[in-house]
Design a protein around this ligand. Structure first.
Ligand SMILES: [Zn+2]
Length: 202
């Protein structure tokens, strides 16, 4: 629902790019948006800011909240506004289906940093991604055709299928079914404390 990529806390001094957790009307986590997008939603009335105590505020009541130490502040005419960390989308009912991005990192997490042929767990730099059906044979870049493999298994297998190479997969690869909350946790390594209750519930 949000095309902008939020930056991680502490990595970006532009407060408008800080990450804000979005909850649907049932307080289930939906996604992470930038503070810029969050403030537009709050100002436009589509969302309420959620305080650390779990109370919800519309834009004008949020403006009256005194900043706490450690808050990220956005200067506005006549003062400053706290950048909310959790936003409640009061009319948004959906719980979007988890759609996990195919990436090296997510494949590593799915396969638990373990070679899917010999079951060893060498250091990360000795792990490769292996095309089960080799690319040269028409194998695609998909969750079903990519597995984590150690260098030596990768070398041994070469441009062959597992059965041609006499190798067996530990488990059949498929797209992970992580919940939205899990994905948000994976996306942001250091979420705010304010996110905890919602991500744990999800
Ligand atoms: Zn191996």
């Amino acid at each position: 629902m949000d095309e902008e990529t939020p930056s991680l806390p502490g990595h970006e001094r532009d407060v408008l790019n800080l990450p804000v957790l979005l909850l649907n009307r049932y307080f289930a986590p939906v996604s992470v948006a930038t503070a810029r997008r969050a403030l537009v939603l709050l100002y436009g009335g589509a969302a309420q800011a959620v305080s650390e105590g779990g109370d919800t505020y519309d834009f004008s009541s949020w403006l009256t909240l005194p900043p706490r130490g450690g808050d990220d502040l956005l200067p506005i005419v006549g003062g400053s506004v706290r950048v909310p960390r959790v936003l409640h989308l009061t009319r948004y009912e959906r719980t979007p289906r988890a759609n996990v991005r195919l990436s090296r990192r997510n494949l590593m997490i799915r396969d638990q940093f373990q070679c899917q042929y010999c079951a060893r767990r060498p250091s990360q730099r000795d792990l490769n991604l292996d095309h089960v059906v080799p690319r040269s044979r028409g194998g695609a870049d998909t969750w079903e055709n990519l597995v984590v493999s150690c260098r030596s298994c990768n070398l041994k297998k070469g441009r062959r299928t597992p059965s041609e190479a006499g190798m067996t997969l530990l488990r059949q690869p498929h797209a992970p079914r992580w919940s939205t909350a899990t994905q948000i946790l994976l996306l942001t390594r250091k979420p705010y404390e304010e996110w905890d209750p919602f991500l744990k519930a999800g």
